[in-house]
Design a protein around this ligand. Sequence first.
Ligand SMILES: NC(=O)c1ccc[n+]([C@@H]2O[C@H](COP(=O)([O-])OP(=O)(O)OC[C@H]3O[C@@H](n4cnc5c(N)ncnc54)[C@H](OP(=O)(O)O)[C@@H]3O)[C@@H](O)[C@H]2O)c1
Length: 221
Amino acid sequence: MCAGASTYEALQAAGTKPSDRVGVVGIGGLGHMANVFARAMGYSVTAVTRDEYKYRDLFRLGADEVRIDRGGTLDLATFPSSVGGELGPTYGILPDPMHIDVLLITSNAVRDLEACFPLLARRAKIVLMTIQTDPIKIPYMPFILPGHRLVASTEASHHNHFEMLEFVESHRIEPLVETFPMTLEGAMRAFDRLEKGEMRYRGVLVREDEEQTRKRRREYC
Ligand SMILES: NC(=O)c1ccc[n+]([C@@H]2O[C@H](COP(=O)([O-])OP(=O)(O)OC[C@H]3O[C@@H](n4cnc5c(N)ncnc54)[C@H](OP(=O)(O)O)[C@@H]3O)[C@@H](O)[C@H]2O)c1
């Protein structure tokens, strides 16, 4: 709910237009929903992650470009065969990157923003969603010359919560979640995966009877 409403709000806060390319930096709970929403709304999507093992999910979640953040460079992940092929990604830099108009920062800490600048269109909007206490550094000239803008987005409005739920229902969108039993052991396992950065992409604690109902529903479907 939080990840969905927040990213829905952020896309709106940036005034995203139908012809825009949306970039998403940091693919966790928020980032994966941002990918799905942006795609369902008809935008082209560039996903930026530090974790190259996420590339398969990202193409499935709707990204048409995936960049691997290697701390300073954003390498392009492309597929030598079809998506899901066994060969895995190859890496390269596109001579002509697909320019991003709206860049959502959904990572747990704001990374080196300058590394993203070559990917940005003129007058791009960088939407800061990360909650952190550290100040951020913006290189001045590369920011003002192309006329980029910073937008902050937190706390989706009441109205947008409802609108998001209607959108999700009409587009049959579901988050990718991992479920764990609502027990001490289940919670510890969930936190362990979360802290190791292994959660795909939200951890949900469920009561055992609910888990069985879910399983039955999945088997039935
Ligand atoms: N503005 C809002 O409305 C709003 C609402 C809720 C949460 N938030 C904030 O949004 C951020 C993301 O929340 P989330 O629930 O999506 O978190 P999450 O599920 O943990 O995902 C965050 C992602 O950030 C990347 N990451 C992890 N540690 C990092 C680090 N030390 N430095 C840089 N990147 C890192 C990882 O992506 P990759 O592996 O793909 O790089 C990770 O999957 C948090 O700061 C949270 O407090 C904001």
